[in-house]
Ligand binder design. Structure first.
Ligand code: GLU
Length: 425
């Protein structure tokens, strides 16, 4: 197979090519059109890149690089979050936008895929500076976003407040209200109940299905969650509520494992991290380095932070029996091959963390119709979509004897290719 490494975009293209090789025989009578579509899907439809200047509180000026990548909109408006991180690159944003195309196709919501990013460590900004940067981002992307064009949302280090500033700036420019142009908003300005915990909730629905397929009860399974941001902390909390034994949790500096392999109290752990700056030293636990955390003996490993944590080296040595990818792109394609040979199943990001964008879709629907759904209604709508997507992936996995990522990808890619064909693109 092709050599892949830490460039997420070349990893995303490799995954696309692998899936298209499996799917090609279904399009034998449209071979040329199929190949052209696959070629086109290797490059985003549009990439916006600009440097914006922000006034800092002390009167000085700083420049920040901002991106928006719109990968494909054959199935509906582009959809995807915006991340604020010092290591954001154009290649990463392009990869993430392609992954959004597959993610929306897998759950069947009528969106394409996009992603945005700003190269910044938001922790170094004051609240006023963060607001100025968020508004500047909205000004750059305003011509390209909108309820029926491209709908941004939160991602790593962004949240409802940032969406509120961006929406406000966008609405000033377009001159009318358009709440459905951004999702992940605070409730007061059109956000949806359940959006904040949606990614974690969707991941737990997926983990419950996975447990059934491998014939286990939640209480039989020990779980280690790497990452304690919005996704990891909600996933861990809701997994404990669902009966799984979340025995280990890590932040970016290392992790902790329960001495007696009991579930960790996630609310208390978050409080501990707030006051001590790290999860280390939490009562009843032992500390683990970041590397040891990934290699520990546990049933389910749940990377919930950034890309490329499961490298070939980790895949060779890890002792977890399965992976649920709550982060985007945590497993490299070469690591995937090793996991498959070692019979370690990895439930792919494009399904496992699709609960976030699916509830974003429900938020958009509510905004377009002026509805307000209860949290129970939102989760009652989320569960069947996640379960159906899981079933489709699992059936393909069993029929074709391919890994879970490729099983999810071929279904998603087929939907996108069919939409492209119908549009005559
Ligand atoms: N940033 C989330 C993701 O990667 C959610 C995107 C959205 O809601 O549009 O799936």
């Amino acid at each position: 197979m092709e050599k892949t490494g830490s460039d997420p975009y070349s990893n995303a293209v490799t995954q696309l090519k692998q899936a298209s090789a499996i799917l090609a025989s279904s399009y034998a009578d449209k071979k040329e059109a199929f190949e052209q579509i696959i070629e086109r899907l290797q490059t985003p439809d549009r990439v916006v890149q600009e440097s914006v200047e922000i006034e800092m509180d002390d009167g000085s000026k700083n420049q920040y690089l901002v991106f928006r990548s719109q990968h494909n909109d054959a199935r509906g408006p582009y959809k995807g979050g915006i991340r604020f991180h010092e290591n954001v690159t154009l290649e990463e944003v392009k990869a993430l936008s392609m992954w959004m195309t597959w993610k929306c196709a897998i759950t069947g919501i009528s969106y394409g895929g996009s992603k945005g990013g700003v190269v910044v460590n938001p922790r170094e900004l004051s609240r006023a500076e963060l607001e100025r940067l968020s508004r500047a981002y909205a000004r750059v992307v305003a011509p390209y976003v909108g309820a029926w064009k491209d709908v941004p949302a939160p991602d790593v280090n962004t949240n409802g407040q940032i969406m509120a500033w961006m929406l406000d700036e966008f609405e000033r420019i377009v001159g009318h209200h358009e709440p459905a142009a951004f999702t992940g908003k605070p409730l007061e300005i059109g956000g949806s109940l359940g959006r904040e915990e949606a990614t974690g909730k969707g991941g737990v629905f997926v983990l419950l299905e996975f447990a059934k397929r491998i014939g286990k009860e939640p209480s039989d399974l020990t779980v280690a969650v790497q990452g304690i941001g919005n996704v990891g902390s909600w996933f861990a909390k809701l997994a404990v509520e669902a009966g799984f034994r979340v025995v280990a949790v890590a932040d970016s500096r290392g992790g902790v494992r329960s001495k007696k392999d009991l579930s960790i109290n996630i609310d208390e752990l978050i409080e501990h991290k707030k006051s001590k700056g790290s999860v280390k030293g939490f009562r009843g636990t032992v500390a683990l380095t970041s590397e040891a955390f990934l290699l520990q003996d546990v049933d389910i490993l749940v990377p919930s932070a950034l890309e490329n944590v499961i490298t070939p080296e980790v895949a060779k040595k890890m002792r977890a029996k399965a992976i649920v990818e709550m982060a985007n792109g945590p497993v490299t394609p070469e690591a995937d091959e090793i996991l498959w040979k070692r019979k370690i199943l990895s439930v792919p990001d494009v399904l496992a963390n699709a609960g976030g964008v699916t509830v974003s879709y429900f938020e958009w629907v509510q905004n377009l119709h002026g509805y307000t759904w209860s949290k129970e209604e939102v989760f009652a709508k989320l569960e069947p979509l996640m379960v159906r997507a899981f079933d489709q992936m699992w059936t393909t996995h069993e029929d074709k004897k391919i890994n879970l990522r490729m099983s999810a990808y071929v279904g998603a890619l087929k939907r996108v290719v069919d939409a492209m064909l119908l549009r005559g693109r």
